[in-house]
Design a protein around this ligand. Structure first.
Ligand SMILES: *Cc1c(COP(=O)(O)O)cnc(C)c1O
Length: 371
């Protein structure tokens, strides 16, 4: 394959289409710069950093249209740490997990490995399709991802009406800030900020219902051994004071703050959701029309509006496309590594301009013709 040089006129203004870390808007970095020297490099126990944390917590409540009594809590370690925290501090005896890709499975495995819990009820579906929940007696946490980032499958956010007091716990890492939902349907809606919030990693955030707060209090006072970093009661108490147990990634919180403010100013989650729907529709419509391409997610209702997965038939080498795009500054279109498919995976997160998504399709067309 000769080096393919994509004409400047075809290239997107911003070539970042990764599913996390993902495109960070310049305005976020300008805001970050404006925090120098008053906030960055100062104590996280003093007002300047605590005000920043409060601003994110209030901004998220507004963004999610949070019902009365819901709170935003945060802690260090990202969504992966939250799984361990949930295993220790949220699941009382037994959880049910929907697994239809990498991320849902990881939470299920964390619960399976916990010696103090009963074996979870795991409901799996093939990558590219969607599993469904079913109320089961004795299950006290129902867990599933809002958007399975590894495959591009989106699940409806609906409460599972199991035993009284059972919680619905949704991994919203790649959905939050990009897909509208009804917050009254969930008890815990948790996420990392390096996807639709266009920030950096290292911190988790969660919208929690009064029932979830009560559960956390009960489980963490039950006598079970819980490492302090995984104790969600400690996170609740610190979050209420706009703090974290230990030093947070202040830069991540700062970039996050600007993105939340931006989305709220543009029209909130409804605006973000229509923008990602528009961007993803550009890709889906283009791929459906084009010879040799097919959509990995067969059921149109399950296709994600924030992560688009496109399969290529044997006549086209998708990895050669990703490589050629990368050489031209258009990056991170590779499929999820463990899926091992002849595929491109493209984020259509809120920060990404729909016009850039359109430009990306022209770039891929250009590359395919020259492979
Ligand atoms: C990216 C992602 C995670 C992992 O996030 P980390 O910040 O790396 O822990 C978990 N769940 C989903 C759905 C994701 O997209």
């Amino acid at each position: 394959m000769a080096d393919i040089s994509i004409p400047q006129a075809l290239l997107p203004l911003d070539g970042r289409f990764g599913c996390g870390p993902s495109k960070v808007r310049s305005e976020q970095l300008s805001f970050f710069e404006s925090l120098q020297p008053g906030v960055i490099g100062t104590s996280h126990r003093q007002a300047p950093v605590k005000n920043l944390v409060r601003s994110v917590r209030e901004g998220l409540l507004e963004l999610f249209n949070a019902p009365e009594g819901y709170e935003i809590i945060l802690g260090n370690g990202g969504a992966t740490s939250f799984w361990d925290a949930a295993v220790h501090s949220l699941i009382e005896r037994r959880s049910q997990h929907l697994t239809f890709g990498e991320f849902g499975s990881k939470f299920a495995k964390a619960a399976e490995a916990a010696p103090f819990l009963e074996q979870p009820d795991v409901r799996s579906a093939e990558a590219g399709s969607l599993a469904s929940a079913e109320p089961v007696a004795g299950v006290d946490v129902y867990a599933y991802p809002h958007n399975e980032t590894s495959t591009g499958v989106m699940a409806p956010v609906v409460r599972v009406n199991g035993d009284e007091g059972a919680l619905t716990v949704v991994d919203a890492t790649s959905a939050a800030g990009g897909i509208d939902f009804d917050p009254s349907q969930v008890d815990v809606y948790y996420f990392s900020p390096q996807k639709n919030f266009a920030s950096d990693g290292g911190v988790w955030f969660a919208l929690v219902s009064p029932a979830a707060i009560e559960r956390i209090e009960r489980v963490t006072s039950s006598g079970r051994y819980i490492p302090e970093t995984l104790n969600l009661q400690v996170a609740v108490e610190n979050s209420r004071k706009d703090q974290t147990l230990n030093t947070p990634a202040v830069a991540t919180i700062a970039l996050m703050d600007e993105q939340v403010r931006w989305i709220n100013a543009q029209g909130g989650l409804a605006w973000a959701s229509s923008r990602t729907a528009q961007s993803s529709a550009i890709l889906y419509d283009w791929a459906e029309r084009r010879e040799g391409l097919s959509l990995f997610v067969e059921n149109p209702d399950h296709r994600s509006q924030v992560v688009v997965t496109i399969d290529f038939d044997d006549s086209i080498d998708a990895s050669a496309i990703s490589k050629a795009l990368r050489a031209n500054g258009v990056v991170d279109t590779e499929p999820y590594r463990k899926l091992g498919r002849n595929q491109l995976r493209i984020a259509t997160f809120t920060a990404i301009e729909p016009d850039d998504v359109l430009a990306l399709t022209a770039c891929i067309d250009y590359v395919i013709e020259r492979l």
